[in-house]
Design a binder for this molecule. Sequence first.
Ligand SMILES: NC(=O)c1ccc[n+]([C@@H]2O[C@H](COP(=O)([O-])OP(=O)(O)OC[C@H]3O[C@@H](n4cnc5c(N)ncnc54)[C@H](O)[C@@H]3O)[C@@H](O)[C@H]2O)c1
Length: 338
Amino acid sequence: MVKVGIIGLGTWGKNLLRNFSNLTDCEVLVCCDQQKEQLKKIQSIHPDYRYVQDYKEILEDKNIDAVVIATPPESHFEIAHQAISKQKDVFVEKPMVLKVEDGEKLLKAAEEKKRILMVGHIMEYHSAVLKLKELVENGELGDIYYLYATRVNLGKVRDIENALWSFAPHDISTILYLLNKEPKRVTASGQCYLQKKKGIEDVAFLTMHFDDGVMAHIHVSWLDPHKERKMTIVGNKKMVVFDDMQSGGKIWIYDKGVETKLDFNSYGEYLSLRFGDILIPKIDSSEPLKAECQHFLECIRDRSTPRSDGKDGLRVLKVLEAAQSSLEKGGTPEEIKT
Ligand SMILES: NC(=O)c1ccc[n+]([C@@H]2O[C@H](COP(=O)([O-])OP(=O)(O)OC[C@H]3O[C@@H](n4cnc5c(N)ncnc54)[C@H](O)[C@@H]3O)[C@@H](O)[C@H]2O)c1
């Protein structure tokens, strides 16, 4: 039985607490939030746990095996690093930390202390993304030409990190997981409309360029009339659309493409369009967060490497840092640090 402490009980921490509370092979012992009011609210729903305002009490507690960190990103490094030094296994929400340098330190600490370090890249535990991965890996889509993702809605407007750091980790982690390779270069642009003085971008467009010519584009915004969570992958055999806003039929596989003929008389004959069937596979509707929490517990039990481990967190962080730098320079291409 893994004994867990949860730090940060805001919008997302509540969901993590609900999931860990419902899993049989784990016991939540202590919950922490620095705001007393927040603690009281959660305590009224889950009265059985111990509640503390200072996360160090969790780190000092010898009965706790693992900590789950769902505080705002600026505190992730400090809390996760201290937790590892106190021999705790760590699940930290995305983005893992805010600087590549800190990410590297965290990885090194986890390796030295032989601790599990897992990042909350929830999309890697989504059944639809697992289906996409299968389609990419079994060659059904053929060679991937390009991908694009949209993650927009109205709110939640954050006042520390921008829309890029808040939303894009989901799509960056999904794309790197699907393609199983890292981009060479990133370009990004964005704009601050609501919090100009603070310099917090509400909207960002970023493009990752890979060595083999594959391109992946991401549009994120919390200032948009639609709630959209969509990804399109275009391969040379088939194309696929993943629409996470659909309750059924999240994935549509289009047997569409453009074929080149060897035997042709005119340019019109050289390229022929193919409009084949559309397949909508059945996708398991279980909660991705539950699968993610369960995976963390399994990795602790088996001492195995999480799918979204510290290295994955660092890969995503490198893209975010380069994208932020490109954005600040008005969209100039930035090489990804290796
Ligand atoms: N995986 C997802 O889909 C998803 C969704 C939303 C948020 N998140 C991530 O979860 C994290 C938290 O986001 P949120 O929306 O819940 O934020 P939030 O502001 O709603 O909640 C954060 C909570 O942490 C508490 N806190 C801050 N510093 C603390 C400290 N030092 N010690 C103890 N408590 C502290 C705050 O009082 C607050 O209650 C972020 O990293 C965010 O990116 C992930």
